[in-house]
Design a binder for this molecule. Structure first.
Ligand code: HEC
Ligand code: HEC
Length: 490
């Protein structure tokens, strides 16, 4: 061992002291244990451009990948995942894989094939279990149903993690479709009043049929023939049940449920409902940033195989997909009229930033501000969203791989799901809402109910043609970062 020269030993502490003094004089970064989020964003600063859109998106990425700690306000000792009070739980009981908080970061689950995407089955969420304070014994007392059976499936609906690719365009499609449906309802009401008799109109938007609405002369409506959407005619494109309006609404719930990070717009300013000693855990600006980050994520695209035999199979499979009726629900293209994603969403329910709370909206141009690959404008100034969904809910029948849930969510029957977006599907196995299908064929085979004919048509195809359909689905991928085109060669 080499000994230090005595002169060094004497000089060393002096140097350190001097350096410490010099650092104290400058604007020094804090050292030691710190919250991960050192700067909270002001929504107005983003609105007024003091924080640029790209800076806000970057801040959103940080929030989405942050491993929140106790100093950030992670954990919710005295509230459950819905925000209701619970008996105090902390220390080893600060985390619960079933009822939450169940993860440290959004990206802990949303990471396939990269941040913002889907998740492995290990990241499944037991949706609605967050209504319980702490699930360590499956005999629980449900606030509504009383004592429930001692099984995991009675406590929560197990769901696999979907990706948020192209989610800005998806939310905007839903808003445009909602506006169309509301305009049809208003026209029916006007006609009924003018003609003094009940008037029935078809609810169709972007080529998707949502049943019929009947308006009565007294200004009331009969929604019993509405299908695939709630009676409020608001298209809710998020949650696999189609029960959440906006990325923002989902994000507010997710921060509290998964991490015990309580947004001010949901829980109030300068309050500490979870009693963890940290008020104002996430500002409106933070939620705006996290939302803009998700809205700006890349569009998935298509990878055409190099081998001519496989490329031919993709083209043939694409045609067969339409021919056998898959495209009836998995619409290859929905056309978005506006190129702008705006924040906040005009249909946000209370507990989320709303239009009336802000002087104007923040605009993100999906064709310029989003991550690559991003969409181009058509000659008409529109965007073609090739997401393979109709944003409508369908009864998928009672195959146990699909019809496995016990708890009704948002009034949507347990056999009914929103048509899954298939863009990017090949990059985000496993498949189905519960992640139980490891093969695309198994996912198709589980279809029933309204999709029974399409399933039958699939199995009636010769083996080569079935393989073509699968080869086509395999071409729908999340493309490598910064890809410039939406359709690329392998
Ligand atoms: C423990 C895993 C997990 C964590 C952590 C997590 N999520 Fe999710 N996320 C899921 C699952 C599972 C779903 C599907 C829920 C469903 O359909 O019922 C989902 C759905 C979503 C959706 C709706 C997507 C769609 O297309 O329907 C959004 C938006 C979202 N999460 C945002 C977030 C944000 C923001 C965070 C962090 C604050 C987060 N998630 C943390 C697992 C997770
Ligand atoms: C009646 C509407 C409807 C029709 C027709 C339909 N699907 Fe689906 N599809 C859905 C819904 C709803 C889901 C979500 C089911 C779930 O998650 O449990 C889904 C899920 C899928 C999935 C799983 C995707 C994933 O990421 O988990 C695949 C693959 C799929 N469909 C392919 C097809 C093919 C191929 C056809 C034609 C043979 C078809 N679908 C016909 C509505 C439909």
């Amino acid at each position: 061992m080499r000994l230090l020269h005595p002169a060094v030993l004497i000089a060393f502490p002096t140097t350190l002291l001097l350096t410490a003094a010099a650092i104290a004089l400058t604007d020094s970064p804090p050292i030691g244990e710190q919250p991960v989020i050192q700067h909270h964003l002001d929504h107005r600063a983003i609105l007024e451009g003091r924080v640029s859109l790209q800076e806000a998106i970057e801040a959103g990425r940080l929030l989405f990948t942050a491993d929140f700690n106790r100093l950030d306000g992670a954990g919710r000792p005295e509230t459950d995942g819905t925000g209701d009070p619970r008996q105090r739980r902390e220390g080893v009981e600060a985390f619960n894989r079933v009822s939450g908080p169940d993860a440290n970061a959004c990206s802990g689950c949303h990471n396939k094939p990269r941040v913002g995407g889907g998740g492995d089955n290990v990241a499944n969420v037991f949706v609605l279990a967050q209504r319980f304070g702490f699930v360590d014994d499956f005999t629980q007392v449900d606030p509504v149903r009383g004592e429930i059976p001692g099984t995991l499936s009675a406590v929560g609906n197990e769901r696999n993690t979907p990706g948020m690719w192209g989610a800005g365009a998806i939310e905007m499609l839903a808003r445009e479709m909602t506006a169309d449906l509301h305009a049809i309802r208003d026209r029916a009401l006007r006609l009924a009043r003018q003609m003094r008799r009940s008037t029935t109109l078809s609810l169709e938007t972007k080529g998707v049929y949502f049943g019929k609405i009947t308006a009565r002369p007294d200004g009331t409506v009969d929604s019993s023939a509405v299908e695939g959407v709630d009676a409020d005619l608001i298209i809710k494109p998020f949650h696999q049940k189609g029960v959440v309006v906006s990325l923002r609404q989902f994000t507010n719930s997710a921060f509290n449920h998964h991490h015990g990070m309580q947004p001010v717009e949901r829980f109030g300013r300068d309050t500490d409902p979870d009693r963890d000693g940290v008020p104002n855990e996430l500002t409106e600006g933070d939620i705006t940033a996290a939302t803009l980050f998700q809205a700006s994520l890349a569009f998935p695209g298509q990878v055409i195989p190099r081998h001519p035999k496989r490329a031919m199979a993709v083209y043939r499979g694409e045609q067969l997909f339409e021919k056998i009726g898959c495209a009836h629900c998995h619409r290859p293209t929905l056309e978005l009229n506006s190129r702008y994603y705006t924040e906040p969403n005009p249909y946000n329910p209370p507990g989320n930033l709303r239009l009336q709370d802000v002087p104007q909206t923040i605009r993100l141009d999906l064709t310029r501000d989003g991550e690559h690959p991003r969409p181009r404008l058509t000659a008409r100034g529109t965007i073609l969203v090739r997401a393979y969904t109709d944003l409508k809910r369908h009864d998928l029948g009672d195959d146990p791989r699909i019809h496995n849930e016990r708890i009704v969510q948002g009034g949507v029957p347990t056999r009914v799901f929103l048509t899954k977006r298939l863009w990017g599907v090949a990059s985000e196995p496993p498949f189905l809402h519960n992640g139980r299908a490891t093969l695309l064929t198994d996912a198709i085979d589980a279809h029933g109910g309204e999709a029974a004919d399409a399933r039958r048509a699939f199995w009636s195809l010769p083996e080569y043609d079935r393989a073509c359909v699968i080869e086509f689905l395999k071409s729908l991928q999340v493309l490598p970062p910064n890809t410039r085109h939406l359709v690329i060669r392998e």
